[in-house]
Design a protein around this ligand. Structure first.
Ligand code: PLP
Length: 286
């Protein structure tokens, strides 16, 4: 496997960064998660744009242009002969000293890892995921905005640990007011009485799959309503599904010991899973 590291492709074993890189010392950096299906990169421009927006929000200049980044991502696939892949661009603040000050860091480090990848949840797409609402809260938008896809994913990891301990497949985050935000790595949708609802993006990552889902649902005649949602709305939903680059579109059929709807993936969720598979196979950059 060849990995892009600061200007060149190097073998996996040689793809190393300094212990003084502030990405390692402080989680100071940003990343993306992108998928390629059948040799085509899904929503490449959207992911590259979000990477640069995340960098802008943490006042970091990515030392390659968007066009160069796009080409590096495509080259990472070509060099490794990958058709179905997960691609992880990472830009960290770079090598500094042990202090926090980013002014001491030289150039940001740019890394792109691409590797083979299949469906994340295996058999669970048919039975549905078990969700667990967790105590750890999503970052508040006034602090480290959840819209920044930063290398600081500790609260997401804590959420995952909590879900693991409670036997769940995915954690559901609430914000500090108790409103539902999203999963640890995916956005959430609720179907109730033929209406589809999803939380506002102020409290969660503006998911690219979320945006795709909204478009697909629109084509199916459902206008998705952005709304504040509480756990009550989730427990009493007809259907719940999550969307994300890694998860794609996946049903949630159990949450905190409650059965959601019939306990089986609902009809609209299944239509979404199908529509999503179709769009990922038929569009994308190569
Ligand atoms: N929420 C979080 C916290 C994520 O890390 C991700 C994954 O990227 C998502 C949601 C889903 O976003 P996307 O559909 O752009 O992958």
């Amino acid at each position: 496997l060849l990995i892009y590291l600061n200007g060149k492709f190097v073998p996996k074993d040689e793809a190393k960064v300094s212990v003084y890189d502030h990405g390692f010392l402080y989680g100071d950096g940003v990343f993306e998660g992108i998928r390629a299906y059948n040799g085509r990169v899904f929503k490449l421009k959207e992911h590259v744009d979000r990477l640069y927006d995340s960098a802008k929000a943490i006042a970091m200049d990515i030392p390659v242009t968007r066009e160069e980044m796009t080409e590096i991502i495509l080259e990472a696939l070509r060099k490794n002969n990958l058709k179905d892949a997960y691609i992880r661009p990472i830009v960290s603040r770079g090598i500094g000293d042990l202090g926090l000050d980013p002014r001491k860091c030289g150039k940001p480090s740019v890394i792109v890892i691409a590797q083979g990848w299949g469906a994340m949840y295996g058999d669970l797409y048919e039975v549905g995921l078990t969700g667990v609402s967790v105590c750890v809260r999503r970052n508040a938008p006034d602090a480290l905005s959840p819209n920044i896809k930063s290398l600081n994913y500790l609260n997401n990891i804590l959420a995952k640990i909590e879900a693991n301990e409670k036997g769940g497949d995915e954690a559901i985050f609430l914000d500090h007011n108790g409103f539902v935000c999203e999963g640890s790595g995916d956005n959430i949708f609720v179907v109730k009485d033929d209406r589809v609802l999803t939380p506002f993006t102020i409290s969660n990552l503006k998911g690219i799959t979320r945006a795709t889902a909204i478009e697909l649902l629109d084509e199916m005649g459902y206008k998705v309503i952005e709304s504040n949602l509480g756990l009550f709305d989730l427990y009493t939903a007809d259907e719940i599904f999550v969307t994300g680059t890694a998860a794609e579109s996946a049903p949630v059929t159990r949450l905190d010991g409650r059965v959601i709807g019939t306990g089986k993936p609902g009809p609209l969720t299944m239509k979404m899973v199908e529509a999503f598979a179709k769009i990922t196979q038929s569009t994308g950059t190569q």
